[in-house]
Design a protein around this ligand. Structure first.
Ligand SMILES: NC(=O)c1ccc[n+]([C@@H]2O[C@H](COP(=O)([O-])OP(=O)(O)OC[C@H]3O[C@@H](n4cnc5c(N)ncnc54)[C@H](O)[C@@H]3O)[C@@H](O)[C@H]2O)c1
Length: 263
């Protein structure tokens, strides 16, 4: 993928999938804007600079429109313009049965996962439209389709991101902007790899490819969607989950099913 001359803004870039996107896109020639709540975003900027690309960062909360406006403006001043936005910042704020979900947890998940993406889009889209070229990628989740037990706020916001994606396409496609959603299955970020092994084993068993994904694999899809070659892919939802979205019975070896019979 040739992303030379492109500037890509990534939210939630201090670690995980966001950091992998910064690295892979920089390797393919893009300069990178980074927006995150945490100072570790500076380490990601360093990774980008070590690859010979420009990086600019802002520390802020995607749910706060003023912080987004100021942060994005600073990044734009630094890097000249913004061609692509990767709305990657996202949280799981509470894992609980619906009846016990705290109001504050529900509200925070909506504020970060949904309103955060809306704020970021509003901060970049008009200059993209004036230029007649832009790419917006919303990081949803396989939970957007299948739900996620005891994560009602997270799953609902990820489904809502699909609606946001479609509407951006309807409004801005004729101005040269594409907007697409990515639906990752379980991806082996630092946080995911620190989860109890039993959870990962369950995800592996439900995945035809028999493994979880790698952050770099999501980043390569992001890079393609940012490229000229993806110009006619618009308003769509792309699963990246080793086939787990097929949601069918995957016949495993005897060892894999040991202890699961009758449960
Ligand atoms: N890892 C997975 O298995 C997986 C699966 C499906 C979808 N996703 C989605 O991919 C995205 C990245 O996931 P990840 O696993 O790398 O997450 P992560 O928790 O490792 O990283 C998320 C980043 O977002 C930042 N962030 C959180 N709230 C923010 C806010 N209010 N403002 C600015 N930055 C904020 C964090 O500081 C962090 O750097 C998320 O949207 C997540 O929902 C992840």
């Amino acid at each position: 993928m040739d992303l030379k001359g492109r500037v890509v803004l990534i939210s939630g870039a201090a670690q995980g999938i966001g950091r992998a996107c910064a690295k892979i896109l920089a390797e393919q020639g893009a300069d990178i804007g980074l927006f995150d709540l945490r100072e570790q975003v500076i380490d990601t900027a360093q990774v980008v600079q070590e690859l010979g690309r420009k990086a600019a960062w802002a520390i802020g909360d995607v749910s706060d429109p003023a912080q987004v406006r100021d942060g994005v403006e600073g990044i734009r001043r630094n890097l000249g313009h913004i061609d692509c936005l990767v709305n990657n910042a996202g949280i799981v704020n509470n894992i609980a049965p619906l009846a016990k979900m705290k109001d504050s947890a529900w509200e925070r998940e909506i504020a970060v996962n949904l309103t955060g993406a809306f704020n970021m889009i509003r901060a970049v889209i008009e200059p993209m439209a004036e230029k007649g070229w832009g790419r917006i990628i919303n990081m949803a989740s396989s939970a957007a389709r299948g739900g996620l037990l005891y994560q009602v706020g997270y799953a609902a916001t990820k489904s809502a991101l699909l609606g946001l994606t479609r509407n951006v396409t309807l409004e801005y496609a004729r101005k040269g902007i594409t907007c697409n959603a990515i639906l990752p299955g379980l991806i082996g970020t630092e946080n995911v790899l620190a989860m109890p092994p039993a959870i990962i084993d369950q995800a592996v068993l439900a995945t035809p490819s028999r493994r979880i994904g790698k952050p770099e694999e999501v980043a390569h899809l992001v890079a393609f969607l940012c490229s000229d070659g993806a110009a006619f892919i618009n308003g769509t939802e792309i699963d990246i989950d080793g086939g787990a979205h097929l949601n069918t019975i995957v016949l495993g070896s005897q060892k894999e099913s040991q202890g699961r019979r009758g449960s």
